[in-house]
Design a protein around this ligand. Structure first.
Ligand SMILES: [Zn+2]
Length: 103
């Protein structure tokens, strides 16, 4: 797995100096998650799972609401840099900055 490249780590090594390891268990098996897995290492995924809980609590997100799900997805895209922009966000506060209802 030495050629695995994680977008959030922007390379093949995590910030702790260890090689990035690809995620092994996607939440859902489909094309979207294949894409997420291809650019996200296990360590970043674990960080995201922690962050996801913080965001849901902080913004009182209701996963039955489409807009709330979109907001979470947008933040996940930014957090893990799924689009490979080279920019990542870190705190729940960045959600409000980067997100407007309906976008
Ligand atoms: Zn990573």
């Amino acid at each position: 797995m030495s050629d695995f490249h994680c977008n959030r780590c922007s390379g093949t090594k995590c910030s702790d100096g260890k090689p990035c390891v690809a995620m092994s268990n996607p939440p859902v098996q489909n094309k979207y998650w294949d894409k997420v897995m291809a650019v996200t290492c296990q360590r970043c995924w674990a960080e995201w799972k922690d962050m996801e809980v913080k965001i849901i609590n902080e913004y009182r997100l209701n996963m039955l609401e489409r807009e709330h799900r979109q907001m979470l997805k947008k933040f996940m895209t930014d957090f893990l840099d799924l689009e490979g922009t080279g920019k990542t966000v870190d705190g729940p506060g960045a959600v409000a900055e980067n997100w407007t209802p309906g976008s």
